[in-house]
Design a protein around this ligand. Structure first.
Ligand SMILES: C[S@@+](CC[C@H](N)C(=O)[O-])C[C@H]1O[C@@H](n2cnc3c(N)ncnc32)[C@H](O)[C@@H]1O
Length: 286
């Protein structure tokens, strides 16, 4: 293994934070060695400094994108933590449909964003819940958007193919049989569900591209890697992307309390989610 020196670690942790927001404290030298080590061989760099200079000097962004693929933690699973999907099933989706039906919107638009979607399990779990709650989807205009900073993650998410092990994590056999087809020793999500979602690469710390607002945003298990100011700014901007009465769902270990006063915590059974506080929504500045 090529070791990272203290000076290299300092340079790399700054660089990594700059390209994807990931903050590495001093105990994380192994992470650079372990995750970026293979790129040394791949690029012919003899040390981590040389790899850094190659990345800084490159024309285009090919190496930078490989570094992002290598350094990000993309751990995810279908129906991860269960309760957010129960929240969607029993409360948020029925309420969205109810409000929009009363507004006379036809077909009923439903927009849900998985910000930091990794390989797609999160947004496809949402697709399965929508199918199960709504049944025939022809009366709805469903737009599921998955974004992630990693090209590899987005490519895999768009493909919608998972190994048996990935399926086993979170999906009961009856769901697998109903929503997936056997494919090359793994499983492929049914086309009608896959077609509900579209994916693109996006760095959450950069300005969002123009998008319509969302009924639900899931931003789970990504801001845990960011600095406090980055975290705060991200959640504030996500709040600005919510439809009136839209909901933001964060990871089970995350909380916005004390971080974003404009987002108000709501509770449903074991779940917490956030909505833009009423006085903010009404445009009243406090
Ligand atoms: C641990 S996964 C979480 C996936 C899913 N949301 C979940 O909770 O299971 C974190 C994801 O965030 C992505 N990510 C990291 N930094 C990001 C950034 N600055 N912008 C967008 N996505 C980022 C990673 O590529 C990774 O796929």
């Amino acid at each position: 293994v090529t070791r990272v020196t203290a000076e290299e670690f300092r340079v790399w942790s700054q660089y990594v934070q700059g390209i994807c927001g990931l903050t590495l404290d001093d105990s994380k030298g192994y992470l650079i060695e372990h995750r970026l080590g293979p790129l040394l061989a791949e690029t012919g760099a003899a040390s981590f400094s040389e790899l850094y200079f190659k990345a800084k000097a490159e024309v285009g962004s090919k190496l930078r994108r490989r570094i992002i693929d290598a350094i990000t933690t993309r751990e995810t699973s279908f129906f991860r933590d269960t309760s957010p999907f129960e929240l969607l099933r029993h409360k948020l989706i029925p309420e969205i449909v109810d409000v929009k039906t009363r507004l006379g919107r036809r077909p009923i638009p439903i927009r849900i964003w998985s910000a930091a979607c990794s390989s797609g399990q999160e947004i496809y779990s949402v697709a399965i819940v929508l199918k199960e709650v709504l049944g025939d989807l022809s009366a709805y205009n469903i737009q599921l958007i998955g974004t992630d900073i990693s090209d590899e993650a987005v490519a895999k998410a768009s493909y919608g193919v998972y190994a048996a092990l990935e399926i086993d994590r979170g999906l009961a056999a009856d769901k697998t049989g109903r929503y997936f087809l056997p494919y090359n020793g793994g499983f492929k999500l049914r086309d009608d569900l896959r077609a509900l979602a579209s994916f693109r690469t996006m760095n959450l710390l950069e300005a969002f591209p123009p998008m319509q607002k969302f009924d639900v945003i899931l931003c789970r298990n990504v801001a845990i890697y960011f600095s406090e100011p980055d975290k705060k700014r991200l959640f504030e901007r996500l709040g600005g992307m919510l439809e009136p009465q839209g909901s933001l769902i964060v990871g089970s270990t995350e909380s916005l309390t004390g971080l974003c006063p404009q987002l108000e915590a709501k509770r449903h059974l074991r779940s917490v989610y956030y909505q833009v506080a009423a006085r903010q929504a009404a445009g009243i500045r406090s």
